[in-house]
Design a protein around this ligand. Sequence first.
Ligand code: HEM
Length: 117
Amino acid sequence: MTLFEQLGGEAAVTAVTAQFYANIQADATVANFFKGINMADQTSKTASFLCAALGGPKAWGGRNLKEVHANMGVTNAQFTTVIGHLRSALTSAGVAANLVEQTVAVAETVRGDVVTA
Ligand code: HEM
């Protein structure tokens, strides 16, 4: 069974992604990156990306993540903070600890594309 299936499919991944961005927007150390961004759109894009990365049936059809994040100046520490917000979104959704860590490991694969500072 893929991680995508174990998490409960697209609806579950989308719900976790929405909570992930709610956590980010409540954290002044990273919220500013998303000023002026349409968060409904952002949630749906990131959920689609994650569904594909977790083994879901639809390929990611959006932009290259390295290009998207190229000029943001995200640091390793800020990326780690954001990963923490994903971990707490998963945990608060009741996802089992080992599945949380496997999902976080998938999100970690984009660290090199997002961190530029
Ligand atoms: C500190 C960490 C991160 C910051 C500050 C950040 C910031 C942003 C911002 C501001 C955008 C909007 C760009 C625009 O519309 O002009 C964006 C787009 C996006 N980000 Fe991130 N991001 C981070 C981490 C991640 C992670 C971990 C993922 C995936 C798991 C991700 C996936 C995406 C996707 C899929 C898009 C939309 C790409 C598209 O338009 O096709 N980001 N990010």
